[in-house]
Write a protein that binds this ligand. Sequence first.
Ligand code: UD1
Length: 436
Amino acid sequence: MDKILVTGSNPLAGSVRISGSKNATLPILCASLLSSGPTTITNLPQLRDVDTMLAVLTTLGVKIEKKGPSSVILDTGACDQYEAPYELVKTMRASVLVIGPLLGRIGKAKVSLPGGCAIGSRPIDLHLKGLNRLGANIELSDGYVNLTAAGLKGTDIYLDFPSVGATENLIMAAVLAKGETIIAGAAKEPEVVDLANFLNRGGAKITGAGTDRIKITGVKELQPVEYQIIPDRIEAGTFMVAAAITKGDICIKGVVADHLRAVITKLQEAGVQMVDDKEGFRVYTRGRAGLAGRAGLADRAGLAGDLRPVNIRTLPHPGFPTDMQAQLMALMSVTEGVSLIEEMVFENRFMHVAELNRMGAQIKIEGHGALVSGVKSLSAAPVMATDLRASAALVLAGLAAKGTTEISRIYHLDRGYERLEEKLRGLGAEIERISD
Ligand code: UD1
């Protein structure tokens, strides 16, 4: 199994380009099932989760043709299968996003129920309740959920929690349903908006995406289209923290600031400097800017990287994203003072705390909160990645630690970050991947 070795201390410098959004790509790949013909997706990130979704679509009869590293053509003309098997769903929960389009297209879906995962039990009850209201019959047997529908009908749906996946599955199911569907209490994430934009380009009638009330007026059919995925806001946020934690000065290309308001505001509150100009999105710590920083004068003036602790509470969009919680915790663990980080979206998303503490961080979990007492510096240690964003937090901690940190189980990282170590190396980080 591969490991990552990361050696701390270099302030990052230079520029980096953000890849396509993983969480926008996965539902859009599924949504291609709703039209019959060749859909072209560009700005496709090269990730293990994307490969897994392409494998799920292949089992459903979709013909896939890669056009270069970041473009794919999905020919859905021959899609006649409707089962997403356990072997694939167990490796990626987002496989359940085929349910909505399969019901819409062939009126049947059989999908393995996703089990628990490292960040909680993560049920799909909201998906199923909404699909049932649209007219799907649902049976659970042998670890699978079987859904059938003799024509879905538009209806009013209310989500008790703005689940991203449930909102996406229901939009996709409703697009070809008869009549009008309203999803109240919908998720407002940019990835939901990207899905709606993709579907609308093919002829769907979806309004209100990005608000908590989405209206879908059913249409008879969708046309296959060409579509470019939005940049990955979580990858962008992770690089912002990488700049801050190394007291660097980097330019991030492909940031949609509007997708990252909460993260940007919190980092600014912590004292991180940011400028959005035509070159890209520049992130640096005070004192590193301009000539003074480059000449090292800032260090002498004692200004470099004097960050402040900030409290963070994760919430559905536009709140602070849970997918950035671990990375901010890594930053706060080396920011003098005390910060409180509360996780309100997932029940068990502090697996990285024990690993950060092994590197000398002082973090105490109390209920759904983590109290972080910033230390002057972390020290390298062998650590284990536990989930995707936790892995990113360990890489960030390694960038700020004394010595060489060895991170194992990095397959988690490959699920959701495209060539992370290569991109960080391009910014001057000492990081390499080794095979065990
Ligand atoms: C998506 C993202 C993930 C992100 C999360 C929250 C993708 C592929 N993944 O995951 O990176 O961390 O949004 O922003 O887009 N819940 C229920 N019942 C349901 C569905 C969800 O109780 O039927 C709960 C979950 O257990 C969790 C919360 O709702 O506590 C949020 O989950 P949800 O928004 O659905 O996350 P995902 O779509 O799985």
